[in-house]
Write a protein that binds this ligand. Structure first.
Ligand SMILES: [Fe+2]
Length: 119
């Protein structure tokens, strides 16, 4: 997968700012689904992961804020560049070979449930 960051640190920091937000939301949603599905341990695990992703987002967003402060033109060009390319998530092309709908369900929920059911 090519996130379109072209080894440019400005593009990389902008990309990860959005990507970390998305993983925060995804894992948070998985935690909610696990809780609704009656699996409080899985909900807690996914909630912890979501919190971690939020910390990552905050770190990268602070870097982008600093870039906007010290080099606003290049930072804005990086933001515009990535918005034009559209943000592509790392797993959007994942396919396990038998279920094209698999990733309409959050992956971590499937993986952790599979592991839990094997024990
Ligand atoms: Fe992360």
């Amino acid at each position: 997968m090519d996130p379109g960051t072209e080894n440019n640190p400005y593009l990389g920091f902008v990309y990860t700012s959005f990507q970390e937000r998305t993983t925060f939301i995804s894992h948070g949603n998985t935690a909610r689904l696990a809780k609704e599905g009656g699996d409080p341990m899985l909900a807690r695990i996914c909630g912890t992961i979501a919190s971690d992703e939020k910390r990552h987002e905050n770190a990268y967003a602070r870097i982008v804020e600093k870039l906007l402060e010290v080099d606003p033109t290049a930072a804005m060009m990086a933001i515009v560049d990535l918005m034009n390319k559209k943000i592509t998530m790392p797993a959007h092309l994942m396919y396990v070979g038998h279920d094209p709908r698999l990733f309409s369900t959050p992956l971590i929920y499937i993986v952790i449930h599979k592991i839990a059911n094997e024990k």
